[in-house]
Design a protein around this ligand. Structure first.
Ligand code: 9PG
Length: 777
């Protein structure tokens, strides 16, 4: 039971308090101080708020009035306290709303600006929560600057997301592709999009600041570790507040409770709820043409791979068949198909449906190439620079690609017709919409009063409305928080590639910018980084798309170790699983790697060391069976040299099994040491409590190692019954402990049993029956 929010009046001003948090205010200057009650964590004495107007004038709080009202919204019931102050210099009134809820440890802040003058005021940025330059507001942290850890998120799918140390340099990529603004160029200064976390390892305290609404403005969290400063900023894009009007910022969470991972989970939950996230009950798996065929893909390549899937349905029961970039006449001319697809795209969709798969198609609907027919016909549909020239969204495909203006009514109507034809006409029930950030470029638009986020969401809403609720939309190159509610799935990282990294460590160290597209961007490593660092989004904002799995042995530089690491991380991420190989070139053991990923696990693993290093090495997938806590962990070595990776265990005795070596490791307590794990290699370790009772300690059917390929175990007198699921490989091996096995049978037929490393290995073909009975002497 949680109690209601209390409100009181202190010496300096009113305060709010619930079971976890107290927020004190100072009427003298409108500042606030949040205090976590556990351990009295009080990161700042005085957090200020202000609005920067275009032209450089700031509107500040002075002596403030206050008002308290009950609230009831997506977060439940609570109390909202509003501080109000008029700034005579700028002729505006500022409002600072602080909401506390009965059932949450965080507070939610908003900043409002009302124009009481007789001329419009143009808003550059709204600073909702920040530390002042001087005085008592600086962040109070126990760690040295270099030891602080900062989680920085990128504004779109491809933007590198990771934790940094407080003396490191932020990612140096600039607008428009990887960031909305120029990067921070001094070490220890970070600009994070939507959400940022500052972790103080010395005090073991964490502060998260993040926008839980993103319908109107981009929110950026600036963290300056050496100066002990934070600035949570919503970008106003210069929009006008007319006389008599009020403009509100996005809603910002400040969370001081628990660990960074708990805070990110809570943040994801709140953002998803506020923005009406769509989370389909089943996660797509299938085939995608891009990472083998690229733009050269032909109808024949597609059909060959479709036939392969059809004839391997028992081994690879996937659902989706997606054609990527390469069918269209030009970027923007989506309905004109090139000569590589002679039967046309409607025919192909029908073939895919006949084969029993969902047809999927790639488009970059917010790009118009300067060579395209659509741009030639409608040069006024694109976002412009200040001088009226079109704004460059990307020079990919060796040409200039401009950005579609989401506020132009004719451009919106065109989007509607386009998706109507692709979905209702051609028959595609799954669309991968790419390079979406283009619609959120800074620039001049048809409707001058719209922000870039509003333009972006208007264009997406048009697509969603046309595509309908029953079809699947996968976002890519897309903004993060502003996309919630629009997509079913979203790409959360850089493109994967059939090589680990395309530069040596030395070359990479010499790069002025790191990571950078395309030189340093497209790689298996880059894709895996975001797969690991954005796991908290999965199932809360959408289904995560970690990008494709590549298991091929031709046209690849990935070693078997690297391939297994890719498979292990994608598998335990619980995200979408699309393979992008030329299927009939796969050796049988590589097809088996894919089989081990189907179906997809029902939830995401947790990157335990997210705040410790930029490439988390410990991905832990927890679940329960028969009331017992089970866990499958991928331990990865992302260094370039072999190293030891210890796995620490929760109190008690645990059976341990390692998947790739197929070995029962015995019973362990405290920790298990994996020595000299090869560079870019991994260990997938299944743990379950060692109770003394007979049980399954391992299987090689599926990457979850028992998480979904075993449904139930029943222990009887000298016997163990195991109910198997179809998940994963048909022919699998189970490792069992508990006395000497007398017999193992499936549907009455004897199975061979061999002793292996202190366990009993039993081969089972699940098509022979799904119940295994083991009896002991
Ligand atoms: C098709 C591809 C695939 C892929 C997408 C996207 O920054 N860049 O220049 C850049 C170019 C292409 C790219 C990502 C970044 O790939 O992520 O899955 O659909 O387009 O062209």
């Amino acid at each position: 039971m949680t109690s209601a929010v209390n409100v009181g009046l202190g010496r300096n001003g009113p305060w709010l308090q619930n079971d976890w948090l107290r927020v004190e205010t100072r009427q003298a200057d409108g500042s606030i101080a949040p205090v976590a009650l556990t351990g009295a964590f009080r990161p700042t004495e005085r957090a200020i708020a202000y609005v920067r107007l275009v032209g450089g004038l700031d509107a500040h709080f002075g002596r403030s009035d206050y008002d308290v009202q009950p609230v009831s919204d997506a977060r439940g019931a609570g109390q909202a306290l509003t501080l109000t102050s008029r700034d005579p210099r700028s002729g505006v009134t500022l409002r600072r709303e602080i909401a506390l809820y009965d059932g949450h440890p965080f507070c939610v802040l908003r900043l409002g600006i009302s124009n009481d003058s007789d001329a419009p005021r143009h808003v550059e940025s709204m600073h909702v929560f920040g530390t002042p330059d001087a005085g008592r507001g600086k962040l109070q942290l126990a760690s040295n600057t270099a030891d602080l850890r900062i989680y920085r998120n990128g504004w779109q799918s491809w933007s590198p997301t990771m934790s940094f140390g407080g003396a490191q340099l932020d990612v140096q990529s600039g607008p428009p592709v990887l960031a909305p603004e120029q990067p921070q160029r001094e070490s220890g200064r970070f600009a994070s999009d939507d959400v940022g976390v500052l972790f103080d390892p010395q005090a073991q305290r964490s502060m998260l600041a993040g926008a839980i609404s993103a319908r109107d403005m981009l929110t950026r969290i600036f963290i300056d570790a050496p100066s002990r400063a934070i600035d949570v900023r919503c970008l106003g894009d210069g929009v006008a507040v007319d006389p008599g009007e009020t403009l509100w910022s996005e809603r910002i969470i400040i969370d001081l409770a628990g660990t960074p991972i708990e805070q990110l989970d809570r943040y994801g939950e709140a953002l998803g709820r506020e923005m009406g996230a769509r989370v389909p009950p089943t996660t797509p798996s299938g085939w995608c043409s891009w990472y083998y065929f690229y733009t050269g893909v032909t109808e024949d390549d597609a059909i060959r791979n479709l036939r392969y899937l059809e004839s391997h349905r028992r081994d690879l029961p996937v659902d989706t068949f997606q054609i990527d970039d390469g069918y269209q006449a030009d970027i923007g001319d989506w309905l004109v198909t090139n000569e590589k697809f002679p039967h046309g795209m409607a025919w192909l969709a029908a073939e895919v449906k006949k084969a029993g798969y969902t047809p999927g198609l790639w488009l970059a609907p917010f790009l118009l190439a300067d060579t395209s027919r659509t741009y030639a016909d409608h040069p006024d549909w694109v976002v412009a620079n200040g001088d009226g020239t079109p704004a460059l969204a990307t020079d990919n495909w060796q040409r200039n690609n401009w950005a579609l203006d989401g506020t132009h009514p004719d451009a919106l109507a065109w989007l509607g017709e386009l998706f109507h034809e692709v979905c209702d006409g051609w028959g595609y029930d799954y669309v991968k919409i790419d390079f979406l950030y283009a619609a959120a470029l800074a620039g001049r638009r048809h409707e001058a009063g719209a922000t870039r986020v509003q333009a972006y969401r208007r264009a997406l809403a048009k697509i969603r409305e046309t595509v309908g609720d029953s079809r699947f939309i996968l976002g890519c190159g897309s903004l993060m928080a502003p996309s919630v509610g629009m997509f079913d799935g979203n790409r959360i990282g850089l493109d994967v590639a059939p090589f680990w990294r395309n530069l040596t460590t030395e070359e990479r160290a010499r790069l002025p910018v790191r990571p950078r597209l395309p030189d340093d961007g497209l790689s298996a490593e880059g894709a895996l980084r975001n797969t690991l660092t954005r796991l908290w989004m999965h199932g809360r904002l959408w289904l995560n798309d970690p990008d494709c799995v590549l298991v091929r042995t031709d046209r690849t530089k990935l070693t078997l170790d690297e391939t297994r690491t890719l498979v292990s991380v994608i598998g335990l991420s619980g995200g979408m699983m699309l393979v992008s190989d030329d299927m009939d070139k796969l050796p049988p053991e590589r097809l088996e790697l894919l089989t081990m990923l189907v179906p997809v696990l029902p939830h995401a693993g947790v990157p335990q060391d997210l705040m410790e290093r930029d490439m988390p090495e410990r991905l832990v997938y927890c679940y329960e069976r028969g009331g017992e806590p089970m866990q499958t962990t991928a331990l990865c070595n992302f260094d370039d040299v072999a190293k030891d990776l210890p796995l620490s265990l929760a109190p008690g005795r645990w059976h341990a099994f390692e998947l790739w070596s197929e070995r029962y490791l015995g019973i362990h307590e405290g920790s298990i040491e994996f020595t000299l794990v090869e560079p870019r290699g991994c260990r997938v370790v299944a743990l379950r409590p060692a109770t003394g009772a007979p049980c399954v300690v391992g299987t090689n059917a599926h990457i979850g190692v028992g998480a979904i390929d075993i449904i139930e175990e029943r222990v009887g007198a000298s016997r163990l019954d195991v109910v198997l699921d179809n998940a994963g490989r048909r022919e699998r091996r189970l490792w069992i402990v508990g006395g000497n096995v007398a017999s193992a049978t499936v549907a009455g037929a004897q199975r061979s049993v061999v002793a292996a490393d202190g366990a009993w290995a039993i081969d089972v073909d699940r098509e022979a029956g799904n119940e295994l009975t083991v009896t002991f002497e």
